[in-house]
Design a protein around this ligand. Structure first.
Ligand SMILES: [Zn+2]
Length: 439
């Protein structure tokens, strides 16, 4: 074990020491650490990704915690890079303000506010805002653009400071950061400190039920130390003076929930039937029990064997294989499925990734236009949650190519259609020319 990993021995939510390894995901390097050519000689360490289930509260979590300074201080991901998310935040701010009937000029605080995209949307709704984000450069840029942002991690101490300087918050938001935080107890105490008596804590996280149903195990990476369900979460919040009152399911990142909590002592909002219904469903499916995770892991292993069987047969026949999508999730997939040695290169649409090499295995990342030039026989869609838009884009590319005389001369484009069974919501896909493996 390295100096950069701390091993917890107790449940992050309830402190129990009864913990069972249910998902032995293979270790990987930091998923987002795509390296430039001049750093290829630096060895990238592998860190554990094993997931444990708490025998008392049923919370699924990673116990090996990589130093957050390594993970987040040089974070390069900016929300606005992802266009879909910016639009998502606009709708989010509008619906939260109107559904919760938040009066104008209230304080909205967001932890992990990144470049301030969501808070800008709240400013547009007439709110005062305060961001908190440990990535210094991003925090500074957000402040420069009119979204005051503290370059720090959210703690109870930081919460008290904000309350002292800017007053109580009507809304505290945490989008896709509640899975990142090791010391959740201190964060929950900070939220309680910061909230106005009728204030609301809104958070969006990947939902373990959707992760299981959609086979989204690749969102298990080192930044995500918790994989949340409502039952353990509600018990945890109650221990910290908070309680859930509503939940929405959103399609973000392969299936997420947006949950709403209030102060247990002073909150007046009624518990929604949606929340009660989803909690009953979790109970019915045994989401706090180990069996569902053991079954899930068996299904993941089965899928892995199918994928490797298919690829190895193709490789033995002399075919070439490339990957599509260079992101944090793809690193988990590459390592857990042991795909790295089978891929010649990875294509991606983000120019920031071009010319870099995948974490650890150092597979070159190239623009997706290279697919047309290099014509691999098989493209494994590593970013498979986005398989549909990727395929749609490639289809357009192919239609265009048909208009170019001679462009279809390669035999790759004349093979009969073939389909490949896949995971997730995209089940079968036919495409002339390319063989797509959606994983
Ligand atoms: Zn627990």
């Amino acid at each position: 074990m390295t100096e950069h990993v701390t091993r917890k021995s107790a449940c992050r939510l309830c402190g129990s020491r009864t913990l069972e390894l249910v998902l032995p995901i293979r270790p990987s390097p930091i998923g987002d650490a795509f390296v430039p050519a001049d750093r290829l000689d630096e060895k990238q360490e592998l860190y554990p990704l094993d997931c444990y289930l708490c025998g008392d509260c049923g919370h699924l979590q990673n116990l090996d915690v990589v130093d957050p300074d390594i993970l987040f201080r040089d974070y390069t991901y900016r929300t606005s890079v992802s266009l879909g998310l910016v639009e998502h935040f606009k709708t989010y701010a509008r619906s939260v303000v109107s559904d919760l009937a938040i009066p104008p000029d209230c304080l909205v605080v967001e932890m992990g506010s990144n470049d301030g995209s969501l808070l800008k949307a709240f400013q547009a709704e007439g709110m005062r805002v305060q961001g908190i984000d440990p990535a210094r450069d991003i925090a500074r840029a957000a402040t420069d653009q009119g979204v005051p942002t503290l370059p720090d991690f959210f703690t109870s101490q930081v919460a008290a400071k904000i309350r002292g300087e800017r007053g109580a918050a009507m809304l505290v938001c945490a989008n896709n950061v509640f899975a990142h935080i090791d010391n959740l107890a201190d964060v929950a105490d900070g939220i309680r400190t910061l909230l106005a008596p009728d204030g609301v804590f809104v958070f969006e996280v990947s939902y373990i039920v959707d992760m299981i149903d959609n086979m989204v195990f690749d969102t298990i990476y080192h930044e995500h130390v918790s994989h949340h369900a409502l039952l353990p979460m509600e018990a945890f919040l109650q221990r910290h003076g908070l309680t859930l009152f509503d939940v929405l399911r959103t399609g973000t990142k392969g299936g997420s929930i947006r949950a709403f909590a209030q102060l247990a002592a002073t909150g007046m909002r009624a518990t929604s039937s949606r929340l009660a219904g989803l909690m009953a469903e979790e109970l019915r499916r045994g989401i706090t029990r180990p069996e569902i995770y053991r079954d899930w892991f068996a299904a993941i292993e089965q899928r892995k064997q199918a994928v490797l069987g298919f690829l190895d047969q193709a490789l033995r026949a002399g075919k070439t294989v490339a990957g599509y999508g260079a992101s944090t999730t793809t690193t988990t997939l590459l390592y857990h499925f042991e795909l790295a040695s089978r891929l010649a290169f990875i294509a991606d649409d983000n120019p920031l990734k071009h010319g870099r090499f995948s974490p650890g295995a150092h597979i070159p990342v190239v623009p997706s236009s290279e697919l047309v030039k290099r014509k691999p026989d098989i493209v494994v869609i590593l970013a498979w949650v986005y398989a549909e838009p990727i395929i749609a884009r490639k289809r357009r590319l192919h239609r265009r190519r048909r208009h170019v005389p001679g462009a279809l001369a390669g035999t790759e484009y004349r093979r009969p259609q073939r389909s490949i069974a896949t995971v997730g919501r995209v089940n079968r896909f036919h495409c002339t020319g390319w063989e797509y493996l959606l994983e």
